[in-house]
Design a protein around this ligand. Structure first.
Ligand SMILES: Cc1cc2nc3c(=O)[nH]c(=O)nc-3n(C[C@H](O)[C@H](O)[C@H](O)COP(=O)(O)OP(=O)(O)OC[C@H]3O[C@@H](n4cnc5c(N)ncnc54)[C@H](O)[C@@H]3O)c2cc1C
Length: 407
């Protein structure tokens, strides 16, 4: 039986960070992962470039956290976005800040982020057990015993669970952390997909791959409305792209069976302004076909779908009736789709839900129920919008757990 001061379960972003700070404080530290290498999810972040944080204030981060932002107040103040940048820079990783304050490695390679973390782990002597499945964990006489598939048994004084959420199972995601937390008496808030495509009841297969820029997307559910302005995309059966993904995180608590998604295709113009514009332009272009005219307002691929939706036959602009013109205006301002559900948790970029933060000390990430048990990262019931905010949650909670453990 091998003994360590601290064991970290999960070699992702939060686990690696936790192991570095636990070891830096002089604790003998072991990190266990069932994958063959560390940071498999980190590798695919930011389309392989890793948007490692957002170079903005703690307040901005808190505003971009959708679930339990208050819980993150201490962690973000203890290890801020600027601390993240400083940590990586001082350990040899050059970074750059792009549009929307998104921070990336200057090399555009997520592998360099993983290499930097690995180098730090080596410098502080973190032990690493890969390809290791944990069979059983129990707490006995103030020690945690961890039995692994290879019959190897480890013990430690402090245990940090950092095994992540449920999305992208190919990266090693598993429900192990939830089960283990439950075993220790913790409440698990039902995991739900977040930052994931929104499936529609309507047949949108002809729009697959089309993106709409500068539109306003509004989801109406249970008498509530959630809106985002920006870019979205259609897939074969879903809405996706930045604004649809953001909205998915805000509606994942609702029954979506009778909810709608409405696109304002001309958000810069009011109904009255759009009406005026069409009246003016219908006079000017009265010899054109309506289909050709609509192509000046909408992406070409969207026009047939739009016309079908409002049952508009192609004809000369001069022959379009007043009722038809009113309908065109109202559909440009509110083009409705019926929502079926969110896509599977597997394809969400992050998982909402997880270890109930009410049972975790926000100043240390230690369990309030079990002494010397800590949680970090996406396993906690905290999630944020895109822009580097989710990895910052992992770094900050990883830091807090790692630097708070008592070996
Ligand atoms: C496609 C994609 C792109 C993303 N891009 C970004 C981005 O650019 N910026 C951003 O801020 N966020 C991004 N995210 C989110 C971000 O990757 C996660 O929030 C972050 O990785 C969470 O870190 P974590 O340490 O909690 O979990 P993970 O990084 O998932 O690590 C958990 C680790 O635990 C291990 N594990 C699980 N079960 C067991 C077990 N039973 N035994 C041993 N080990 C186990 C896993 O193998 C894994 O290595 C992205 C996510 C995805 C899926």
């Amino acid at each position: 039986m091998e003994k360590f001061d601290v064991i970290v379960i999960g070699g992702g972003a939060s686990g690696m960070m936790a192991s570095i700070f636990a070891a830096r404080n002089g604790n003998s530290t072991l990190i266990i992962d069932h994958n063959e290498k560390l940071g498999k999810k980190l590798f695919i972040t930011g389309k392989g470039r890793c948007n490692l944080t957002n170079n903005s204030s703690v307040e901005t981060h808190l505003n971009n956290i959708v679930t339990n932002s208050k819980f993150m107040y201490s962690a973000l103040n203890a290890f801020s976005p600027q601390d993240t940048i400083e940590f990586f820079e001082s350990n040899g990783l050059k970074t750059k800040t792009e549009r929307g304050n998104r921070v990336f490695p200057a090399s555009d390679k997520s592998s360099d982020v993983i290499k930097t973390l690995k180098r730090c782990m080596d410098n502080y002597g973190v032990n690493i057990a890969l390809n290791t499945d944990i069979v059983k964990v129990k707490k006995q006489n103030d020690e945690f015993n961890i039995l692994c598939n290879n019959s190897i048994e480890y013990t430690c004084n402090s245990l940090i669970i950092a095994s992540g959420g449920l999305s992208y199972s190919g990266t090693g995601a598993s429900k192990f952390g939830y089960d283990l937390a439950r075993q220790f008496g913790h409440k698990i808030i039902e995991p739900r997909p977040a930052l994931c495509p929104i499936k529609l009841k309507d047949d949108i297969s002809s729009l697959n791959g089309l993106s709409l820029k500068n539109v306003n997307l509004t989801i109406s559910v249970n008498g509530k409305k959630f809106s985002e302005f920006g870019e979205m995309m259609f897939t074969y059966e879903s809405l996706t792209g930045p604004i649809a993904l953001s909205l998915s995180s805000k509606i994942n608590n609702f029954d979506l069976s009778s909810s709608t998604a409405s696109i304002d295709l001309k958000p810069a113009l009011s109904v009255a302004q759009l009406e005026q514009k069409l009246m003016r332009e219908f006079k000017e272009f009265n010899k054109k076909e309506i289909k050709t005219y609509l192509q000046s307002l909408l992406p070409m691929r969207f026009v047939p779908y739009f016309m079908q939706k409002i049952c508009l036959q192609n004809k000369k602009v001069a022959d379009v009736t007043k009722e038809e013109r009113t309908k065109i205006v109202s559909c440009l301002k509110k083009f409705d789709f019926n929502i079926k559900s969110l896509d599977n948790i597997e394809v969400g970029i992050v998982t909402s839900g997880g270890v109930d933060v009410l049972e975790v000390n926000s100043k240390t990430c230690e369990s309030k129920l079990v002494k010397n048990l800590y949680f970090a990262g996406e396993l906690l019931d905290v999630d944020a919008l895109t822009g580097g905010f989710n990895l910052q949650i992992a770094w900050s909670t990883g830091y807090l757990a790692g630097s708070s453990v008592k070996g």
